[in-house]
Design a binder for this molecule. Structure first.
Ligand code: MSP
Length: 643
């Protein structure tokens, strides 16, 4: 028997420093669609994802939270797993770098490189970027900034273990020059090639300034620096070296799918380590672009991350997956906007797909007693419709080979739109009228038309399965096909359906009101305002005491900064009967010129005092912390009492 072909695809292992946003889900959704696509085609697929849990940053975040790093990562990883469950991500294994199986195998890899003579002890000094956990050379960290994230780097020095990356420079240049398929897109390959040609420095692979990591097996007090730890997940999850069954089955990986900023680690450092360990190299590293917002990168600290869960709760998993795969071009950056998402859902899912499904099923219910009719003689546009349907699978497969998800989906939509056009061309409702009036030919034609439509829709359901498998299942149920999983061979023949009982379900994708959705999404996505701490109310006072306070309307005639206090403004305030100098600590809220002419509530009988050398006779009352509610109505006259 021919051995089943295997396909091993990986995502990066995510840092559990905080919850994942839509940008992270992009890579996992792509990997999931590819894994499902290959399974549909009959491959024995291994789809791996996981979390990268060691390192200084995690230790720091945990310390800030007052918990242990393990407690911190356990909590975040549970959330990540929950997210993948919600998103119906079909991974076969989830590796955590804190698992014993990973730890012992990373140490085994370290020893392998050590025994090869490719690890030595030295002193490292370089530019270190803490958030990226990366050391950079002088040329790389020019201007004192990290070339990956743009944040400031620091000079760092410590005794450490090094991997002889430089030894593999020529082998890597050879890899990029002679195996053009190894790294895509092409632009990244050129970048990496010139990076290697500039000369590779040996790589620091241990740290001793923190301890949240895998111990270096040859010396206490050092932990393995995060990239050796992280990258080796791709083989430790397969059981290398002590339980090699899966390793032998799936390694080398067919695809490492990674974001563009970590291509360097995957296409230079990882292959060099594998060469040193005398293990085969992955077949391909694919670098994808980033999902950005109109204002630039998503960042938790700027409070502008798009939460996939909120979108899923509103529109469903398949809608989000479809949008991510259809909207963006692999390898390029793309911008996320709510508007683009709603428009996509409306035009492609509600209009094109949703309408096709509901019309087809409704017509079979109404005109054929809910039973899918058998094939009939071919007429008019039948051949063309069937031709588009039969050709679709190969076209989709060709695009998927290139990781062009958007074009693969577009090809499926060519078929969906062709089906909708077929309905308009054949006008089944007209045929139904004639059939009802006793026209036998019309009756036969109506059956044939609805059969063709149902079978084309069956093909659509097969093609959609890797991308939106719940939707595909819904369509198949409505067509009376039961729960059987589709296979690629289903696309090789037409006229499969006939005799099934269709059943209308709820609409697959309802049409959305763009304006309403945009308003509601904007409200949902507003960064959470930290809960305000209100001052407790003060002790009550007698009315007579309150009466002692003389509150008046004052008009600001002049305002200037206090020469010796950054927070204070000096005002000249017209109180009707006199003009007074009053100081107030609002320099951070108002520029002096914007106060002039404004009216404000004034406590007039507060005992005068000198503040930093300037006399203040009274107090101006400002509400709130911003500019709102700061002044009293312009109609009030200076000197009027406030009661
Ligand atoms: N832990 C490392 C990877 C180690 S792999 C051996 C890491 N983790 S990460 O959580 O910071 O990033 C994981 C992936 O998410 C990266 O491939 C990165 O490109 C991707 N993305 C993070 N933000 C993204 C967008 N806004 N858009 C698309 N992908 C993005 O790096």
């Amino acid at each position: 028997m021919e051995k089943q072909k295997t396909y091993y695809i990986t995502t990066p292992i995510y840092y559990p420093s905080s919850n994942l946003h839509i940008g992270h889900t992009y890579c996992t959704v792509m990997a999931d669609a590819m894994a499902r696509f290959k399974r549909l085609m009959g491959y024995d697929v291994m789809f791996l994802t996981g979390t990268d849990e060691h390192g200084q940053k995690i230790q720091k975040v945990a310390a800030e939270r007052g918990i242990t790093p393990q407690e911190h990562v356990d909590e975040i990883v549970a959330g990540i797993k929950e997210l993948w469950k919600t998103m119906e991500i079909s991974y076969d294994d989830f590796i955590r770098t804190t698992e014993p199986r990973h730890i012992k195998r990373v140490q085994a890899l370290f020893m392998k490189l050590w025994e090869k003579g490719d690890i030595y002890k030295g002193e490292y000094e370089g530019w270190y970027c803490t958030p990226c956990e990366a050391f950079w050379t002088d040329t790389q960290a020019k201007d004192g900034l990290c070339p990956d994230c743009g944040r400031p780097v620091e000079r760092a020095k410590e005794s450490a273990y090094f991997f002889r990356l430089s030894k593999y420079q020529d082998a890597l240049i050879d890899l990029f020059e002679n195996h053009p398929d190894f790294l895509q897109p092409e632009s990244r390959r050129n970048e990496m090639l010139s990076f290697c040609r500039q000369g590779l420095e040996d790589l620091c692979i241990s740290r001793s300034s923190f301890d949240w990591g895998i111990p270096v097996p040859v010396e206490e007090g050092h932990v393995i620096y995060v990239w050796l730890d992280a990258l080796s997940n791709y083989i430790t999850a397969l059981g290398w070296p002590d339980e090699p069954e899966k390793y032998e089955r799936y390694w080398p990986a067919d695809i490492h799918l990674v974001g563009k900023e970590i291509v360097r680690f995957h296409s230079i450092i990882w292959p060099a380590m594998l060469l040193s360990a005398e293990l085969p190299l992955p077949k391909k590293v694919l670098g994808h672009g980033w999902i950005l917002l109109e204002g630039g990168k998503m960042s938790k600290s700027r409070g502008n991350v798009v939460d996939p869960v909120k979108l899923i709760e509103r529109y469903g998993v398949d809608a989000l997956k479809y949008f991510l795969l259809r909207e963006y071009t692999f390898g390029q950056d793309g911008i996320y906007t709510n508007e683009a998402m709603i428009n996509r859902l409306n035009s492609d899912l509600a209009n094109d797909l949703g309408n096709l499904v509901s019309r087809t099923v409704a017509m079979i219910e109404k005109y054929c007693g809910s039973v899918v009719p058998p094939a009939g003689p071919l007429e008019g546009p039948d051949e063309e419709l069937r031709g588009v349907a039969m050709a679709c699978g190969d076209k989709v497969a060709a695009y998927m080979d290139q990781f062009c998800y958007n074009l693969a989906l577009e090809e499926i939509w060519v078929l969906i739109r062709r089906c909708n056009k077929y309905i308009d061309e054949t006008a089944p409702w007209v045929l139904a009228k004639s059939a009802a009036a006793g026209d036998e030919a019309a009756k036969a034609r109506l059956s044939a038309v609805l059969h063709n439509l149902a079978d084309a829709l069956r093909m659509v359901s097969v093609l959609l399965f890797p991308f939106m498998h719940s939707t595909s299942r819904k369509i198949r149920r409505q067509l009376g096909m039961g729960e059987a999983e589709p296979v690629w061979e289903d696309l090789r023949q037409f006229d499969v359906l006939g005799g099934q009982t269709v059943k209308k379900g709820e609409g697959i994708f309802p049409r959305l009101d763009l304006e309403k959705e945009l308003a509601e999404l904007a409200a949902l996505q507003k960064p959470a305002v930290p809960q305000k701490e209100y001052e407790p109310f003060r002790e009550e006072v007698e009315f007579d005491d309150f009466e002692k306070i003389d509150l008046r309307v004052g008009q600001i005639l002049e305002a200037k900064k206090h020469p010796n206090a950054d927070k204070l403004l000096i005002f000249q305030v017209d109180l009707g009967s006199e003009v007074r100098q009053i100081l107030s600590g609002v320099a951070e809220r108002f520029r002096p010129e914007e106060c002039v002419g404004k009216k404000v509530a004034v406590v007039c009988n507060l005992k005068e005092r000198k503040i930093r050398g300037e006399l203040s006779k009274g107090m101006l009352l400002f509400a709130g912390e911003g500019k709102e509610l700061a002044f009293v109505s312009a109609d009030a006259a200076p000197g009027e009492a406030i009661r």
